[in-house]
Write a protein that binds this ligand. Sequence first.
Ligand code: NAD
Length: 337
Amino acid sequence: MRILVTGGVGFIGSEYVRMLLAAPGSTGPRDPQVEPTAVTVLDKLTYSGNPQNLAPVRDDRRLRLVPGDICDSALVDEVVADHDVIVHFAAESHVDRSIEGAAPFVVTNVLGTQTLLDAALRHGTQRFVHVSTDEVYGSIDEGSWSETWPLSPNSPYSASKAGSDLLALSYHRTHGMDVVVTRCSNNYGPYQFPEKIIPLFVTNLLDGGTVPLYGDGGNIRDWLHVHDHCRGIALVQQKGRAGEVYNIGGGTELTNKELTARLLQACGAGWDRVVPVADRKGHDRRYSLDITKISEELGYAPSIDLERGLAQTVRWYRENRAWWEPLKSANAPAVAA
Ligand code: NAD
């Protein structure tokens, strides 16, 4: 099977590629059902796309990296032609950046996805896996979202992801294309760009600095290890039903304050290192996913509990300063969750 992974140099996409190719030292065993004969990564190598993320599989002869933009229809057409399956991760992914400027989010997330879908349609791609997010549902005070919940995104990021999510489903309903959509909760793990809350806080603390906590710190997120997300995507790629949406979550729900407490403890720091900052505009209060569908239909369950996953993640950042130090820049947005 020839698999095209868009955004395969980013945080989650590169974990998927390392998992597909069973990278030595990857965060867990690969799914034995995913047997690629070729893995092509199409990635624009934006600020968050670091080719170092593929270093563990660099010498695998099945891997090919094509630097390029998913909005480049000529290139996309050429690349898509040679593949059986597309797993689509490429996106602008940072909420705070979308608040500063929404244009790249609409271009990459919406137009880029449409460009890929059109190429897949032309070439009769066997399966298109669209990687979406739980943020498309909006915010929920109580209970959890099932896949039939109406979409109600609040940030330009989540609105652009909702647009691409619905576009992908429309290609199934309109053209009969084999499309599956995954909607996952917040990921953490190695190789995450140090602008998102966990790597930002860990790297600031390891450097002896402070960490900025939004508002009252009461916003709740469901934290899932990136490897569990990728295991869920692999199941959906293999066994998901065409035209269906699958929530992937089942990690641990924590307020940002509770998460901060765990990170402080893991880094041996106290609350004097926390600086409260004004809340993010339009900040979603709580995300919570119902994962009954993927659990019952595809046998999914998360395998890495938060305590173990966070300890492993903090250790990784401790041991891989050469990876993150060059990425930290003065003008990166302060916080994210
Ligand atoms: P990331 O920012 O780390 O990686 C995105 C990758 O896409 C980068 O390698 C970047 O270079 C590439 N890219 C950006 N624009 C491109 C373009 N126009 N053409 C080609 N490549 C381009 O993001 P991530 O956290 O790995 O997220 C990957 C996907 O998973 C996204 O679609 C995101 O919406 C989704 N998701 C993320 C989370 C999370 O917690 N991080 C949770 C659920 C879903």
